[in-house]
Design a protein. Structure first.
Length: 74
């Protein structure tokens, strides 16, 4: 009778599967890290100011009206 419960070293559930999952997760991590860095570099030069700071509320959608982007030279 054949032993159907044996584990192969390079089975998708074994070593190869673990390496594949590890490289896939590292690839996703590298992709998200590079996107985060590029977004940070693009947004680092978008300066803003807040008008009427005393009118800000803790949780309100009206707070977005007080957020103003500062153009170059202003």
């Amino acid at each position: 009778m054949e032993n159907k419960t044996r584990r192969m070293c390079f089975n998708i559930n074994g070593l190869l599967g673990g390496l594949l999952a590890t490289f896939l997760l590292l690839g996703v991590l590298a992709f998200l890290t590079m996107n985060a860095i590029s977004v940070q570099q693009a947004e680092a030069t978008n300066f803003y100011k807040i008008d009427n700071q005393s009118d800000l509320q803790m949780k309100s959608s009206v707070n977005a009206d007080h957020y103003k982007l500062v153009k170059d030279g202003e």
